[in-house]
Design a protein around this ligand. Structure first.
Ligand code: AHM
Ligand code: MG
Length: 325
């Protein structure tokens, strides 16, 4: 018998209201996964997203998924006293206050949404923080990643899988499509310290800083190069997909700061922080190239950061190259 998510949370002694919230997030992800699955049938894929005859822009899936999160009734809690004090999303410029509750829920409703049209992997990423007492302001949300009480993602691929940490390791739960239950299929995801596989968007090579170029060029040089080994490359253009592979078999994933804007592409609050929490909990390392992502003091809701994460030895090598200059 596979263990249901609810039983796992009870056994891990998750506080009752956190447990309720995680179960609600998991259910919301199940619903979003269903919307992704039927998006072609429903005519809401990107290819169909054009202005209709009235000149109205048709809804895209990431807007639909965001609306599903906003309209989720379970944020109110089973006793109606509220679980979530505010929502923060990639799709909303400002915080979205709710009636009250102990937690802040920060999320990217559809990560990797350029993949929806091509039936590639997408997912939902979430981060749970403690809320202040009383009215929530933007400043209350700008907590470093170390303050996260839980984080995870749902990946909508050949299987629908929820990957979760409450600060006690990382576990994966597969969605049983028949019963709608999330059942534990990987009790403890761990990232091997060494790897011979990297993930980066190679088309940005000319924009990278010298240490990143050096690292990747050495990987590409193969057995006869300075690393003395052949490296493999993967790039799904979906952070959840690439990170899921890293959590499953190791690897290094990079979306570094580059010279185009002098910032990274990925957002700190709802992409880098929750993923960094998972990576550290699985024994890996997650940096902005030099410093741990979880130690960054956020300055803005939609702040972007460089991301270098995964197998310890490779991430530490990239840090060393940056320090050497
Ligand atoms: P999104 O949240 O708008 O989908 O953007 C984030 C995604 C990541 O999932 C992925 O790693 C990256 O953007 C891919 O970028 P690129 O198109 O440069 O390959
Ligand atoms: Mg995203």
């Amino acid at each position: 018998m596979l263990k249901p998510l609810s039983q796992y949370l009870t056994e891990q002694a998750a506080p009752d209201r956190l447990r309720q919230l995680i179960l609600a997030v998991a259910d919301a992800c199940r619903d979003i996964g269903h919307a992704v699955n039927t998006s072609a049938l429903d005519g809401v894929q990107g290819a169909l997203n054009q202005e209709n005859v009235q000149g109205e822009v048709q809804k895209q899936l990431d807007v639909i998924a965001n609306d599903m999160m906003l309209e989720e009734k379970r944020w109110g809690g089973v006793d109606g006293q509220g679980l979530v004090a505010a929502l923060v999303s990639e799709e909303m410029e400002e915080i979205y206050p709710l009636k009250g509750g102990e937690f802040l829920l920060v999320f990217d409703p559809i990560d990797g949404s350029s993949n929806v049209d091509v039936n590639g992997v997408v997912g939902t990423i979430f981060s749970i923080l403690k809320a202040p007492v009383g009215k929530v302001t933007e400043a209350d949300v700008l907590q470093s990643g170390r303050h996260q009480v839980a984080a995870g993602y749902a990946i909508y691929g050949p299987q629908t899988t929820l990957v979760l940490t409450i600060g006690k390791g990382v576990s994966a739960f597969s969605l049983d499509q028949k019963s709608g239950d999330w059942l534990m299929t990987v009790p403890a995801m761990t990232i091997p310290a060494t790897t011979r596989e990297f993930a980066i968007n190679m088309s940005n090579h000319r924009h990278w800083a010298a240490p990143v170029r050096r690292y990747i060029d050495e990987c590409l040089a193969g057995k006869t190069g300075p690393r003395g080994a052949d490296f493999n490359m993967r790039w799904l253009a979906s952070m959840v997909g690439d990170v899921h592979r890293v959590l499953t078999r190791g690897g290094i994933f990079m979306y570094p700061v580059d010279s185009r804007k002098g910032i990274g592409k990925l957002r700190l609050m709802y992409e880098a922080n929750p993923i960094a929490f998972l990576i550290e909990q699985a024994g890996g390392v997650a940096t902005d190239g030099v410093n741990p992502i979880l130690d960054i003091a956020p300055e803005a809701l939609h702040q972007r950061v460089g991301v270098v994460l995964g197998s310890r030895e490779e991430v530490e090598r990239v840090t060393a190259y940056h320090k050497e200059g």
